[in-house]
Design a protein around this ligand. Structure first.
Ligand SMILES: [Cu+2]
Length: 141
């Protein structure tokens, strides 16, 4: 019995655990209520020993959630485009920030207000990971 349990624990330990991935300083931007899109930012940290891929996002308070990146053309105009995935190497991090990679939410039914917190899920190595993020007007210091 005891040996069996140890075996199971060893197998679990060998899996690339999504729990080793965390979002530091995550936040959702508070936007005017006339808007129906907003974005989330933060630093995805991979404390594990294998690279992880984030390839989807989902929330229950918006029609769409996706990974986006923002690029600046030579004439200074900015545009956003969907990103298929973001890979975070083992022991490294990727920062989602304004003007760069971010989580984009479209078709938001009710724009979350500053001071609230809303659940945001990302798919890390095929596994959904959810966390409550604070809604703020600007990035945390
Ligand atoms: Cu975007």
């Amino acid at each position: 019995m005891r040996t069996g349990l140890t075996g199971v624990l060893l197998v679990l330990a060998a899996l690339p655990a999504a729990a080793e991935v965390r979002l530091e300083n995550g936040w959702v931007r508070a936007v005017p209520p006339v808007s129906d899109t907003t974005a989330a930012y933060g630093r995805i940290i991979n404390d594990g020993s294998v690279a992880v891929t984030v390839d989807a996002a989902s929330v229950d308070w918006a029609g769409g959630a996706m990974l986006h990146t923002s690029t600046e053309a030579e004439d200074g105009t900015r545009s956003m485009r969907p990103l298929k995935s973001v890979t975070v190497p083992a022991g490294a991090s990727v920062t989602l920030q304004s003007g760069d990679k971010h989580l984009m939410f479209t078709g938001v039914d009710r724009i979350p207000r500053a001071g609230e917190s809303v659940p945001v899920c990302i798919r890390v190595n095929e596994e959904r990971q959810c966390t409550d993020l604070p809604v703020r007007r600007s990035a945390p210091e």
